[in-house]
Design a protein. Structure first.
Lengths: 107, 271
């Protein structure tokens, strides 16, 4: 297990997940990004899709996000998104959620 | 009296919930502000939404409630907004008016103002979607240069006892003040800082409006609680005064009846 860093998933309604992780996989407009501890300071725009967080308690948290922003600074990762939902169903389910959120908006 | 008391209790529970939501929205706005500061430190802020233009047309956005029975909550903010509309007119600056709540719609319609867009069913429990709907309309009209500034008239929740009508500039977006901490920077940007800023600013405006709606909602419930508490107390006082009066009247009637009976009996026995 790698060195841990802290993660916050923040939406306007609430902080939906906060904890320690040793790896995060997300997708920015420029492509896939993987974050380990001591990642250089980064600011990214997320596309709608899945963010996978390897929590230090051994579990994998998959979050469907409706776009948003990612900030990495001094082992502190913040995901800012107007809508996010944690899913147990893995990446496919997260993608489906993200698409649903997008569809909601179009209405 | 039972009704006002019930409304007071409902409002009390609503204040608590509304205040929790205000608090829960805080981290998002704070982080967004943080990101904007970092972008500013990385290469300065330049975006049409941040640029001040000459104000040929001023946008006025007023937040009230749908329902009354909230004391001076609506009239305070409406008065503030109307004063601003008059001031713009005195300066020959045309205005575009946007309202939240049936109270603002009714007030301005009655006075002959044109309302560009009226949002109803929002203030009781505002959702982020409501904020987005408002932001979209304002942004569109601002970007199409149908207006050159937007100011919002709303009510700030100072405490459970104090809610103050306030005016805030909304557009152009005022960049957050810089603090010393952010100068470290050295960020990698994916995509470029300009592009991130372009995506971020509309979200930032939505977040700001969401915060405004939540705080207005908390203020509305607090004002209603106070108004209903006063109404309940007035009603209780009135009940006390009226029952005293009723008792006195009944007593007087009984006294009269007794004296009539006594008088009648005396007249009979003496006769």
């Amino acid at each position: 297990m790698g060195k841990p860093f802290t993660v916050d998933v923040v939406t306007p309604e609430s902080v939906i997940w906060t904890g320690e992780a040793d790896f995060i996989a997300a997708r920015t407009t420029e492509g896939e990004i993987g974050i380990l501890a001591d990642h250089e300071p980064t600011m990214g725009a997320l596309t709608a899709g899945a963010v996978v967080i390897n929590s230090t308690d051994g579990s994998t948290v998959t979050v469907g996000v409706n776009g948003g922003f990612l900030q990495v600074f001094h082992n502190q990762v913040t995901l800012l998104t107007d809508r996010a939902e944690i899913t147990e169903g893995g990446k496919e389910d997260a993608l489906r959620l993200a698409h649903e959120m997008g569809a909601d908006e179009a209405v | 009296m039972k009704i006002t008391r019930a409304m007071e209790l409902i409002a009390t529970s609503r204040i608590a919930r509304a205040r929790v939501r205000v608090a829960e929205a805080q981290p998002y706005t704070a982080k967004m502000t943080d990101v904007i500061r970092n972008i500013a430190a990385a290469g300065g802020l330049s975006h049409p939404l941040l640029e001040r233009r000459d104000v040929n047309t001023a946008g006025v956005f007023v937040v009230t409630s749908d329902r009354g029975l909230a004391g001076g909550y609506n009239s305070n903010v409406l008065r503030l907004a109307e004063r601003a509309l008059n001031a713009h007119r005195a300066n020959n600056v045309p205005t575009r008016l946007y309202t939240v709540g049936a109270k603002a719609e009714g007030y301005f319609r009655y006075r002959g103002y044109t309302i560009e867009e009226s949002f109803l069913g929002v203030t009781d429990t505002p959702s982020y979607g409501d904020a987005r709907a408002v932001a979209n309309v304002l942004l569109d009209d601002y970007e199409q240069a149908r207006m050159d500034s937007v100011e919002v008239y709303t009510t700030r929740f100072v405490s459970a006892l104090t809610q103050t009508p306030v005016l805030w500039p909304l557009l152009p977006i005022e960049p957050p003040e810089m603090t010393d901490e952010v100068v470290v920077a050295g960020y990698e940007f994916e995509p470029s800082p300009e592009e991130i800023l372009g995506r971020l600013l509309p979200r930032y405006l939505e977040g700001t409006i969401f915060g405004i709606l939540l705080e207005a909602s908390a203020s509305e419930h607090a004002a209603r609680r106070r108004a209903m508490k006063a109404a309940t107390e007035n009603a209780e006082e009135l009940t006390r005064a009226l029952s005293r009066e009723a008792n006195a009247a009944r007593q007087a009637e009984i006294t009269t009846e007794i004296s009539e009976i006594v008088g009648g009996a005396e007249a009979l026995s003496s006769g």
